[in-house]
Design a protein around this ligand. Structure first.
Ligand SMILES: NC(=O)c1ccc[n+]([C@@H]2O[C@H](COP(=O)([O-])OP(=O)(O)OC[C@H]3O[C@@H](n4cnc5c(N)ncnc54)[C@H](O)[C@@H]3O)[C@@H](O)[C@H]2O)c1
Ligand SMILES: [Zn+2]
Length: 360
């Protein structure tokens, strides 16, 4: 069992990571002094796989449990789904001493986290992430929310969890594509924050793809440490937390241009990172050898290393729609060598897209 602590003063919380530890959720919630009623929010895919064990463990630890199932899919990350969850919480008479458990991937975590952030002006949430992306990224850091028909993640709140419990054994049932997509965020931490982790990923790519539990525990732990260290320095994304956008500026543009259908988020981020590596090299922050290592690692993990083929003008237009754009310019995240970063001020997106390598 691995444990690390996210230090955010009064909002500090532990992340517990292990193989087959789902049944310890009840005791873990007890040791966090959580209250009597627990609403366990999950979806129609994860529920049949893992809900029973979570409910049994919570009941055995003395909590009264209320399962809430939402439909599976990003298209259900909406205010309408939230409305349904609030109804369930009210009918179950959850009071201010109650808490929400989010059991599922990033969608469940974001929706259930936002429900907890806003129900009765905020009750605790426990994150039990079951996708690689949610284990290494979305469950840590406190961002919660839903989409609006006019844009993704536009409605939300910062609400730090009281506990994150990560059972890497749940990854065994994850689809190959979702698993590989989560690896993009893992590569991100190595590429801009931790050179020795990057080396480890290069050496372990086969074991990772085999989903070796010991290797995955280490991958998840170091990724959570990396994310936690950034969040601790910048809880609400005023400054350095922007480093986590490595690969995401162009990745989001690729997602926009492909209409969020052809590519998963992780695939788009992987392609965006490969391109960010080339841009870093052109700006003198890194060498051709560094770029080659980043591209090679992505490829060995079955991830794309080229952006989808669209014109420079189309990329420029997509970038201008990004909510992180300020006055037509942006702060582009580069890798400095491997394991460190550099912010590149881009006053005009046209200069960024003029030399893109596209084609996958
Ligand atoms: N809050 C944050 O900081 C943050 C960060 C990154 C991404 N996100 C959000 O996360 C979401 C994406 O998360 P995701 O990639 O986990 O997608 P997801 O939640 O849609 O999960 C992907 C698929 O895997 C299924 N699944 C989940 N766990 C499983 C398991 N153990 N076995 C089998 N199937 C399983 C899900 O039902 C779903 O069909 C997006 O909405 C994104 O905006 C949030
Ligand atoms: Zn991401």
């Amino acid at each position: 069992l691995e444990r690390l602590d996210v230090s955010l003063g009064e909002r500090s919380y532990p992340i517990v990571i292990g193989n087959g530890i789902l049944d310890e959720i009840g005791d873990a919630c007890r040791s966090r002094h959580l209250g009597g009623h627990a609403a366990v929010v999950t979806n129609s895919t994860v529920g049949p796989l893992y809900l029973e064990r979570v409910l049994t463990s919570l009941s055995a630890a003395g909590f009264s449990v209320h399962p809430v199932e939402i439909q599976d899919g990003e298209e259900y990350k909406t205010l309408a789904t939230l409305e349904g969850i609030y109804g369930e919480l009210i009918r179950a008479r959850l009071d201010r001493n109650s808490f929400v458990v989010a059991l599922g991937g990033g969608v469940v975590g974001d929706v259930a986290g936002f429900a907890a952030a806003t129900y009765l002006r905020g009750i605790p949430v426990v994150q039990v992430p079951t996708t690689l992306l949610s284990q290494v990224d979305s469950s840590v850091g406190g961002k919660t929310g839903v989409n609006h028909s006019l844009g993704k993640n536009l409605i939300g709140a910062f609400h730090q969890p009281s506990l994150v419990l990560i059972d890497v054994a749940t990854l065994e049932t994850l689809s190959e594509r979702d698993f590989r997509s989560g690896l993009a965020e893992v590569v991100k931490y190595g590429a801009v924050l931790d050179a020795s982790f990057f080396n480890f990923l290069e050496d372990s790519s086969k074991a990772i793809l085999r989903r070796d539990a010991e290797v995955l525990t280490r991958v998840v732990k170091i990724s959570c440490e990396a994310k936690a260290s950034v969040v601790e320095k910048d809880e609400t994304e005023g400054g350095i937390r922007a480093v986590l956008n490595y690969g995401h500026t162009l990745g989001h543009a690729a997602e926009t241009l492909t209409g969020y259908r052809e590519m998963t988020h992780g695939e788009a981020v992987a392609a965006g990172m490969a391109e960010a590596a080339r841009i870093s090299e052109r700006n003198g922050f890194s060498s051709a050898a560094d770029t080659a290592r980043i591209v090679r690692l992505l490829q060995s993990l079955g991830l794309p290393s080229r952006l989808p083929h669209f014109s420079a003008g189309e990329y420029a237009e997509a970038l201008l729609r990004d909510k992180k754009m300020r006055d037509g310019g942006l702060k582009f995240v580069c890798n400095r060598g491997i394991g460190a970063f550099e912010f590149l001020a881009v006053p005009d997106v046209c200069s960024l897209v003029s030399d893109l390598t596209t084609g996958d």
